[in-house]
Design a binder for this molecule. Structure first.
Ligand SMILES: [Zn+2]
Ligand SMILES: [Zn+2]
Length: 150
């Protein structure tokens, strides 16, 4: 069964190719991080979005951002392998630095905007996926959204 984010992923596992994905952010993101200069009391833009790229299922990647932002050390992933859950850590080899999530996406993310990214997925070439990610972010900016791409 395909998912609403990628015609080649299944309900449990990822297709193994790259995906671009769009997360809608709460308007409260105004004034934070890359949007620090936005006036929360000013005229709101069409919306706040986060655009990223991943080999995980976009649903899994969104959960990673959320768990990262709330200070969790790991997340559960079924994307690769036989669909059994695997715990993956946000800590590096030394067990110190936490990497692997975006605080803004996790803190202000509301939901995935499948209609904005599905037609692009999946993307077999990782370099092409990076390029598509940047293009999609620019497209959405041109449509009036405030976009953080990382
Ligand atoms: Zn896929
Ligand atoms: Zn995953």
């Amino acid at each position: 069964m395909p998912t609403i984010h990628c015609p080649e992923c299944t309900g449990t596992t990822a297709c193994g190719k790259s995906h671009v994905y769009v997360i809608e952010l709460d308007a409260a993101a105004a004034g934070h991080g890359p949007f620090r200069d936005d006036d929360p009391a000013g005229t709101p833009p069409r919306g706040y979005l986060y655009v990223g790229m991943t080999r995980h299922k976009p649903e899994c990647r969104f959960q990673q951002h959320r768990r990262f932002a709330t200070g969790e050390d790991d997340f559960e992933c079924r994307c690769f392998g036989d669909g059994e859950p695997v715990r993956r850590t946000f800590r590096d080899h030394d067990g110190h630095r936490r990497t692997g999530g975006n605080r803004l996406a996790g803190e202000f993310g509301r939901w995935l905007r499948a209609r904005l990214h599905r037609r692009h997925n999946p993307i077999a070439d990782p370099d092409e996926a990076l390029q598509r990610e940047a293009e999609l972010a620019d497209e959405l900016r041109a449509q009036g959204y405030r976009v953080h791409q990382a």
